[in-house]
Write a protein that binds this ligand. Structure first.
Ligand code: NAP
Length: 234
């Protein structure tokens, strides 16, 4: 890898928006570390991108497992840099449930993937980014997490995205005055396993704002919530 090649780490890169984000970042010249909890589908995704002459490699990462996060951080240490982190991995396991039906166990499981994992990754990655005074962190959120308009679906998932947005605000505040920019984005309603077949957007369209936020120029926004490359209410 050339010393000036930027490194991007994407969680949940084996399918959906994560895979497309890896593709778009690699096309922009990043060395992409595609991570997934499932090694088979992750290495298959890497093979697909490599066959398109893209600079992508694989690392196994379960965002709910602190030991797995620790091993990733060690690996990044060997690579010598991390320029962009895309916290994309998430679960949606309460479709069709009302706020009165979600259990603490279900909420806890959702929070572990969608909030605690991304927060721990921010905590471990920001010091590395600050050492080189460059970093972009994208927390892939959802309009479902907006407090300005409470969404009428999957309450545990929506609560987790509200919390993820709070993580974005706190990490951005802690990085204020540095060249580490931290934002939340909503990709829109996208045709993936999570979004379903009726969603109006392609993964290419959905990944656009994620990639935009992962590649912001110096002096770009931090601590914001964006969709279609424009700010949206919290
Ligand atoms: P998806 O197709 O369901 O993919 C979710 C990804 O997250 C998969 O790669 C999955 O891995 C991974 N994942 C889940 N738990 C994990 C864990 N503990 N460790 C590592 N990876 C884990 O969903 P998507 O539509 O691409 O969603 C990507 C992001 O966009 C999510 O943050 C989602 O909330 C957000 N979003 C999506 C939409 C939409 O309409 N699709 C709208 C708004 C926001 P496995 O294959 O191993 O399960």
């Amino acid at each position: 890898m050339a010393a000036d090649t930027r490194v991007a780490v994407v969680t949940g890169g084996n399918r959906g928006l994560g895979l497309e984000t890896c593709r778009q970042l690699a096309r922009l010249g990043y060395a992409v570390l595609l991570t997934s909890r499932d090694e088979k589908s992750g290495t298959a995704a890497v093979a697909e991108l490599k066959s398109q002459n893209l600079n992508v490699s694989y690392y196994r990462l379960d965002v709910t497992d602190p030991a797995s996060i620790g091993a990733l951080i060690e690996h990044i240490g060997k690579l010598g840099r991390i320029d962009a982190l895309v916290n994309n991995a998430a679960v949606l396991i309460d479709s069709g449930k009302s706020i009165f039906e979600i259990t603490t166990e279900l909420l806890e499981k959702t929070m572990r993937s969608n909030v605690y994992g991304p927060l721990e990754l921010c905590q471990r990655v920001v010091p590395l980014m600050r050492q080189r005074n460059y970093g972009r962190i994208v927390n892939v959120s959802s309009r479902g997490g907006q407090l300005s308009t409470i969404a009428n679906f999957a309450p545990a998932y929506c609560i987790s995205k509200t919390a993820l947005n709070a993580v974005t605000g706190h990490v951005a505040l802690a990085c204020k005055g540095t060249n580490v920019l931290v934002n939340s984005v909503c990709p829109g309603w996208v045709r993936t396993d999570m979004g379903g077949r009726d969603a109006p957007r392609t993964v290419e369209e959905g990944a656009d704002t994620i990639v935009w936020a992962a590649t912001l120029p110096d002096g770009g926004p931090s601590g914001g919530f964006f969709a279609d490359r424009a700010p949206i209410p919290w």
